[in-house]
Design a protein around this ligand. Structure first.
Ligand code: PYC
Length: 316
C-alpha cells in the first residue's frame, strides 16, 4: 500500500497540509519545471492528498522539495482541490512553522524556492513568520463588469503571487454568517470576468475574488473575504490577496512605504503587512511583506489502497 506522510498546520484558521514523505518524484530541476511534471504525471497524488474523502475543499496542499537554487533552505509547491497555486502566503507561513516543528530550520532568515520565484522569510522568536512575497503590482484599475443578479460592479485586477479581482463597493454583508451568499457573489464575479474576457497579464485567468469592508476590530485597517479557485473561501486574510491589496493601496497613494496595514480575515484572524517600492515605473512594482502565525495541529500517514475506488480522491 502506498503511504504519504503529512504534517497539517493552520495559519489564521486556513489549513495547510504538507507532504513530507511519499510524494511525487519530480527530480531536481527548477521548481517551475517540477510543477509541470507534477501537473502532467502526478496529479492523482494532489487529489489523493487534499480532496475528499481524506481532505476537503478548504485544504491547501504543499509539497516539500529539495531546492534547485543553492541559496535556498527549502523549496515548496502549493496546490488545492482543483489545481496548483503560484504562491500561497498563508501556506508559506505554515510551511516555515512546520519546518521549525521538524527542527529543520531555526529562528531567523530563510530563502524558499517556489515555482514563481524565491521568497525570503523570517521566523521570529514568538513563532510568527514574515514572508517577503514575490513582487506585486496592479494590472488594471477600476474595471467595470456586469454581475448576474447584482448589476454593475467595479474592481481592480492585481497580482500578488496569484491573480485577484479586488472589490471595495459590492453591497455585500461581510460576515461569517453570510459566507454562502458571499461565495455565490464571488462565483458570479468570476463568471462575469470570464465572459467579459478580463484577465491578468498575458491572458492569465483571474481565479481569486477579494471583497473588502470595514474591520470588526478598530485596531485593524480592513476586513476581507477571499474566494479561492476551488470555491472554498480563505479563512486567513490571504497572503497573496493582501499583497495584491498593498499593490493597489501603493498605486493609489493610500499607504506609504513601510507603513503597517492590518488585514483582518472573514473569521477575524489578522496579517500585518507592509511594502517597499521595487520599481517606480507607471506600473509600480512593490515587494510585499506579510506577517502571521501558524500552528502545527496534526501529523499523519495517508494510506492509498489501490482497491479503494476513491483512492485518488473525489476529482472534479
Ligand atoms: O494566503 O496566499 C494565500 C492563499 C491563497 C489561497 C489560499 N490562501
Amino acid at each position: 500500500m502506498k503511504k504519504i506522510s503529512i504534517i497539517d498546520s493552520h495559519t489564521g484558521g486556513e489549513p495547510t497540509r504538507l507532504i513530507v514523505a511519499g510524494g511525487p518524484e519530480l527530480g531536481s530541476g527548477p521548481l517551475a519545471q517540477r510543477l509541470t511534471l507534477f501537473k502532467e504525471k502526478f496529479d492523482h497524488l494532489r487529489s489523493a492528498t487534499v480532496c475528499e474523502p481524506r481532505g476537503s475543499d478548504v485544504i491547501v496542499g504543499a509539497l516539500a522539495c529539495v531546492p534547485h537554487d543553492p541559496a535556498c533552505s527549502a523549496g515548496v509547491i502549493f496546490f488545492n482541490n482543483v489545481g496548483y497555486l503560484g504562491m500561497c502566503g498563508h501556506g508559506m507561513i505554515g510551511f516555515i512553522a512546520t519546518l521549525a516543528y521538524q527542527n529543520k530550520i531555526g529562528l531567523g532568515h530563510h530563502k524558499i524556492e517556489t515555482p514563481v520565484g524565491v521568497v525570503a522569510t523570517e521566523l521570529h522568536a514568538d513563532g510568527s513568520v514574515t514572508v517577503h512575497n514575490v513582487p506585486a503590482y496592479r494590472h488594471r484599475k477600476d474595471v467595470k463588469i456586469s454581475v448576474a443578479g447584482h448589476g454593475e460592479v467595479r474592481g481592480d485586477v492585481a497580482w500578488g503571487g496569484n491573480w485577484f479581482f479586488l472589490i471595495a463597493e459590492h453591497g455585500q454583508n461581510l460576515s461569517l454568517a453570510n459566507v454562502n451568499a458571499l461565495s455565490d457573489f464571488g462565483q458570479r464575479v468570476k463568471t462575469a470576468l470570464a465572459e467579459a474576457q478580463i484577465t491578468g497579464q498575458d491572458g492569465a485567468e483571474i481565479d481569486h475574488i477579494e471583497l473588502f469592508g470595514a474591520p470588526t476590530n478598530p485596531a485593524n485597517d480592513s476586513q476581507n473575504f477571499v474566494l479561492c479557485p476551488g470555491n472554498a473561501y480563505d479563512r486567513s486574510p490571504c497572503g497573496t490577496g493582501t499583497s495584491a491589496k498593498l499593490a493597489c493601496l501603493a498605486a493609489d497613494g493610500k499607504l506609504a512605504e513601510r507603513q503597517i496595514w492590518r488585514q483582518e480575515s472573514i473569521i477575524g484572524s489578522v496579517f500585518e503587512a507592509s511594502y517597499q517600492i521595487l520599481e517606480s515605473t507607471p506600473r509600480q512594482k512593490i515587494l510585499p511583506s506579510i506577517k502571521g502565525q501558524a500552528f502545527v495541529n496534526a501529523e499523519a500517514t495517508l494510506l492509498l489502497d489501490q482497491r479503494d475506488p476513491f483512492v485518488w480522491g473525489i476529482r472534479n
